[in-house]
Design a protein around this ligand. Structure first.
Ligand code: ATP
Length: 724
């Protein structure tokens, strides 16, 4: 209730105050312009009506500042026809000109709409009244009558930053029109501000003297209202300036940020474009580099083909479960066949770099490894002899590469199965031009004994054993050759061979293969159009582990096995060394293994070696000796490979020669037999004669002995008759 009463009280106070200000404004207008036809205490509507056409305001301003508004639109004569639109326009012109001039003088202004007909929302006319009273103050000042409180409410664009300065600025009337550079300043008491003058040369006054001068000519009843109004104005202005300053600061800061952002954005864009260009350049350079590399590799391979180098591919086995902690001795695997191994305990000196045709990292899948062997396998169909062998210490992944793990998942297939699969596919694709026969042998060399891995099994009976002479290639004479027609035959045969392979336990590998296993594929293709025959032979060799005897901790039978393995591998090393040095004598006959591979390691065949290494630090020594061996192998030149192609004529002659040889051999054998029987007969005759002679000799002997005896008896008898 009390609150309501105080609101009502406040509202009536404000209404009284507004009425008083209207009264002051009207009185002054009266003084300045004479009779305006309005009452001394006009209502808002009355005052607004008298001011609406802007003429009173324009005339007032021109009176203070003659000519400040050059053209005032006069009211049409009462006799002219009413043109509401035109007069509204004219009035607006006057009001607009007045407001522009007021703005120039930096006095409180109002909106043109505040005088529009019908607009009388609360407080709108108070701005008009404020403006008139500010003009009065301005006029009084110019006339030297002191200052009115409305001066404190004038606009001023200040760049001040500190509150003190802001306050100081607030006391600055800045009454100078925009065009003028001279400004009047009121001094802050005690502040050391040089005395300034306004446009009329008035000196700066302090705030107390200013207040004093404002209220000096006022009626006592006017003073409280004036003071209250002055405080309100000062507060409003202070807030307005703070707001303005904040907005300006914000605008300024956001402008700075925007400019900075734009500059940064441009800078980024420039950098992005530059990077993009550099990247394009780099990509092009990289592409060119790769093209050159690919070209180099192609040329290198061609040169190798011409020289007949043994190709060497190195495969690094991944760590097996539980091995990870040991650390790796493989320091770096390059994309161009480089591999660097290091012994972590020996430091920098132990770093050794090797270079091969390619190095597969631990994650290389089976199909990637096969991809590099594939072209060689295809050349078997073109009549070349090819040998692919896997070398490396026990457990380094030789069987994994050649056979694959025990699972039969397609992605795990090893080189052997992939090779045969590929061969059959090619045979199929060429079946219109060639008739192919494929036969497989599988042997192992165990303790320098060749064992046929297929002979002892029913598989040979089931698939039917073909005479090895019909394929007539570089075969293992004592091993059965099983004809195969498709991949499933091959799978079955390989499973049998794998089962029969000798495996034994060593300290290094539970399922260590103790023998070399050789899968030999013979392919004979008859060119259906020309009748010539192509004979190719592929040896797929999974060598026994190459580790040193002392490391395998073998004793007894195992030691013997290890010694045999070492002997055959060192024989292989000797053959390779002799080939590398192009010696006239190559010691193939020193081991069963080198005897078997003779035609693939020296007879213009193509050879490829997969060298395997264990990644762990413990295997550093073995790894180095394995890589050194592989390095030697890669330097061997077998000479350009030759295809085993026979023209049909030659084949016929060869076959004739063969049959003639066979006939000749038969004749020889017959002659030999005849001769032998003749010799036998004559020797029997001789024996008979001998027998006869000896018999007659014996009878003669008996007779002559008898006659000697008889004679002797006669002599004896005669002798006894003569004595007395
Ligand atoms: N590339 C590979 N990825 C995954 N596992 C592999 C890989 N190479 C080898 N292994 C695994 O390592 C172990 C030894 O491999 P593997 O039997 O092929 O060695 P090895 O050199 O043939 O041994 P050995 O000389 O005794 O015949 C096996 O368990 C095999 O599955």
């Amino acid at each position: 209730m009390e609150e309501g009463l105080s609101d009502i009280h406040m509202a009536s106070r404000r209404a009284e105050e507004a009425a008083h200000r209207r009264f002051l404004a009207a009185r002054w207008l009266h003084e300045m312009l004479g009779g305006l036809g309005i009452s001394n205490e006009p209502s808002e509507e009355e005052l607004k009506f008298s001011l609406r056409n802007g003429m009173v305001l324009c005339n007032l301003l021109n009176k203070i500042h003659p000519g400040i508004i050059p053209k005032i639109v006069e009211s049409p004569p009462p006799s002219s026809p009413p043109d509401a639109a035109l007069s509204a326009y004219q009035y607006f012109e006057n009001v607009r000109n007045f407001l522009v001039a007021v703005e120039d003088l930096r006095l409180p202004s109002f909106e043109a709409s505040d005088l529009a007909e019908g607009s009388l929302s609360s407080g709108t006319l108070s701005k008009v009244v404020d403006c008139i009273l500010a003009l009065k103050a301005y006029h009084d000042q110019r006339e030297g009558k002191g200052f009115s409180p409305w001066k404190y409410g004038v606009h001023k664009l200040s760049g001040t930053k500190s509150p003190v300065k802001g306050l100081e600025d607030m006391y600055e009337p800045a009454i100078t029109p925009k065009s003028s550079h001279t400004r009047k300043r009121w001094a802050i008491p005690g502040a050391d501000v040089p005395e300034a003058t306004d446009i009329s040369g008035q000196p700066v006054q302090s705030l107390p003297s200013l207040v004093k001068s404002i209220i000096s000519d006022k009626q006592p009843d006017e003073v409280p209202v004036l003071v209250e109004y002055m405080i309100k104005k000062v507060t409003d202005e202070f807030e307005r300036r703070l707001r303005l300053q904040g907005e300006q600061n914000l605008k300024h800061t956001s402008g700075l940020i925007r400019t900075g952002t734009l500059e940064m954005q441009k800078c980024w864009q420039d950098q992005l474009i530059r990077l993009e260009n550099e990247l394009t350049g780099l990509t092009e350079a990289a592409q060119a580099y790769h093209d050159v590399l690919a070209e180099n590799r192609k040329l290198y391979n061609e040169v190798q083909d011409l020289k007949g180098n043994i190709r060497v591919y190195c495969r690094v086995r991944p760590f097996l479960v539980g091995q990870k902690d040991q650390g790796t001795c493989v320091d770096f695997v390059g994309q161009n066949g480089e591999i660097m191994v290091a012994n972590s305990t020996k430091g920098k000196d132990s770093y050794k770099m090797f270079n091969f045709n390619k190095v597969y990292g631990p994650q290389a899948p089976q199909d990637e490894v096969f991809l590099d062997a594939q072209p060689l396998i295809r050349s078997v169909l073109d009549g070349f002899n090819v040998c692919i062998f896997a070398y490396g210490q026990t457990g380094s992944g030789k069987t994994y590469t050649m056979t694959g793990p025990s699972s039969t998942a397609k992605q795990d297939w090893g080189v052997n199965y992939r090779a045969l699969n590929d061969l059959f596919q090619l045979c199929q694709s060429r079946r219109d031009a060639f008739a192919y026969e494929v036969g497989v042998q599988m042997i192992e060399i165990y303790n320098e004994q060749v064992r046929d891995l297929l002979a002892a099994d029913g598989v040979s009976k089931r698939l039917g054993i073909r005479s090895s002479s019909s394929l007539n290639g570089v075969h293992v004479p004592d091993a059965v050759m099983i004809p195969v027609a498709n991949s499933s035959d091959v799978l079955e045969i390989m499973a049998v061979g794998q089962r029969n392979r000798a495996v034994g336990a060593t300290a290094l590998n539970e399922r260590s293969s103790r023998s070399h296993s050789v899968l030999t594929v013979h392919v004979q293709g008859t060119d259906l159009a020309k009748g010539c025959i192509l004979r190719g032979c592929l040896h797929l060799v999974d060598l026994a582990g190459s580790e040193r005897v002392e490391k395998s901790e073998a004793t007894g039978d195992r030691l013997k096995e290890a010694q045999h393995i070492n002997k055959s591998l060192s024989a292989l090393g000797d053959v390779i060394a002799a080939l590398a040095q192009k010696q006239t004598h190559i010691p193939y006959r020193n081991s069963k293994l080198t005897q078997l591979l003779q035609h693939s390691l020296g007879g213009q065949a193509k050879a490829l070696m997969f060298v395997h290494i264990n990644p762990d630090n413990d295997s550093y020594g073995e790894t180095i000796s394995t890589l050194k061996f592989a390095e030697r192998v890669s330097s061997v030149e077998l000479g350009a490979a030759r295809s085993n192609r026979e023209a049909s004529g030659i084949r016929e002659y060869k076959e004739q020669i063969m049959s003639l040889k066979e006939i000749l051999a038969k004749k020889d054998a017959e002659i030999e037999r005849l001769q032998a029987s003749r010799v036998l007969r004559s020797s029997m005759e001789v024996e008979k004669q001998k027998l006869r002679v000896s018999q007659s000799t014996r009878s003669i002997d008996a007779r002559s002995r008898r006659s000697v005896e008889l004679r002797s008896m006669e002599v004896i008898e005669a002798g006894s008759g003569c004595h007395p």
